[in-house]
Design a binder for this molecule. Sequence first.
Ligand SMILES: C[S@@+](CC[C@H](N)C(=O)[O-])C[C@H]1O[C@@H](n2cnc3c(N)ncnc32)[C@H](O)[C@@H]1O
Length: 543
Amino acid sequence: MTQKGVCAICLSPAEQKCSGCQAVHYCTREHQKQHWRAHKAECCPVRVKEHPQVGRYLEANRDIKAGDIVMKEKPLITGPSQITPPVCLGCYKLLEEGKVVSCDKCGWPFCSEDCTTRDEHKPECHYTQLRGEKVSISTFGMPHPNYQSITTLRCLYQRDHDPKLWGKLQAMQSHCEDRRGTDKWEHDRKMIASFIWSFYKLQDTFNEDEIMRCCGILQINAHEVPLLEPEYLAVFDRVSMVEHNCRANCNKSFTDDGDLMLCAGVNISAGSHISVCYTDPLWGTEARRHHLADWFFECCCERCADPTELGSMYSAIKCKKKDCKGYLLPETFIVPVLHKTKNPDPKTRNLDNKFWICNSCKDAVADGIIQQLLQDIGKEITIMPKGDPDACERFINHCSGYLHPSHYYMTDVSLALAQMLGQERGLAEVDDDRLLLKTQLCRKIADLLETLAPAETRLRGSLLFELHAAIAETGRRRSLTEGPMAMLGHVTESRKILVVAAWLLRHEPALLPEGRLARQARLNLLHLDELIHNLSASLPAPI
Ligand SMILES: C[S@@+](CC[C@H](N)C(=O)[O-])C[C@H]1O[C@@H](n2cnc3c(N)ncnc32)[C@H](O)[C@@H]1O
């Protein structure tokens, strides 16, 4: 039964709802139309909820289809990364010595006169003027300490200049109690709080709690925007409420203007939590959980809770018992990690007293032995020559004696190899065996991604793009000996895969490589359509 509400226009009882958000009622279609102009900006298929452990999170108001844009948001605050060489404080482009314009009010360097007048710059301009002495930056191209506090200062400025924005920032989690006493806390106290007090002479304006809280808000909530090198920071309002899941249902990307877009990577049903992956979903469970300790929570998602990682055996080690074909995994990966990050003493590592058990012979191997093996293999990867397919193949062959074929280290090197083959001199130069290998690796990793991280559409789209090219090239080669029919089959399959790749990459910004790949995918589709048309026309008519 439809829940009754009151019409947003005339306040009379109403049963119809806005289909976009399911949150606003109307008595008639006319009133809905009338309200659309005002409602458009806030119509969103998610609502804010609260949970005792997670804090605020977003929940779907209605079913959301895979590929739909869940929301698009402008940043509340932007600023340079904490550790950065001098960048323009208007557009965040890297500054080069001799090519800078100084703000005539405060002396901070910019890339252009226009950028000196941008609103983003107001906070540090204001406090530098109050300080009574202009800033003079003379070294470029290496991290500069004066930039460490800019983004925190931009947050603090809102307290006295934009109370509404200040309120939104203060509602965010800062984990002050968890951060207190960590190395990062001490570093921020020295490089940010003390700097703000001494350089800007603001010791009577902002106290330690306020400054350290803003540092925490940035640490927990700021997004690194990869549109420029170096990246810059941006804090968003609603998007900052999205919770983490190692098998997230959404992904984030940025528009060319720096707005954040949240897209559904899978179909999401009404009432589901909206999630993104805060860490790298291609890492193993232990590494992901350690990284997530930076946000001060222990992840308990379905992927972390299942040692087989949804049947993928992504962390499984080969059992070394004679004649055994099984794989070792611990009973659980959900062991507390937060105490280790606060007290990272390697001697505490084995306090978990964990064993890895074979799924076939039930042999138990101590965690310490497995960790040593993983460390050795990890080292092997770090010293592997870059861009060398032979080295990748050697690694895969060697480690297949120790690791499951889908293990994260095997996947990592397989992914690098799949992308490497044909990258430099084109696929036409790759021999038949390696072309087949590229096809198999792309297929396998794309399937694995669908299981482990279905919302990672950027990587899956890129892999499928590579796969379509490898299949088309295979078709071209086979047509030389088997005729156009063989080619038609391959090109048709290649096109099918390319359609998916183009769809997965369609929201990528033109500024980033994936955006350029999306454009190429659209062009290749036209080319393949023409090819399929010509090939079909050249085939003899069926008798
Ligand atoms: C970017 S904030 C997300 C919004 C936050 N819950 C709030 O109330 O403002 C990140 C913080 O949310 C909490 N969080 C996010 N995902 C979580 C999860 N899967 N389990 C537990 N806590 C989580 C953690 O405290 C984390 O530091």
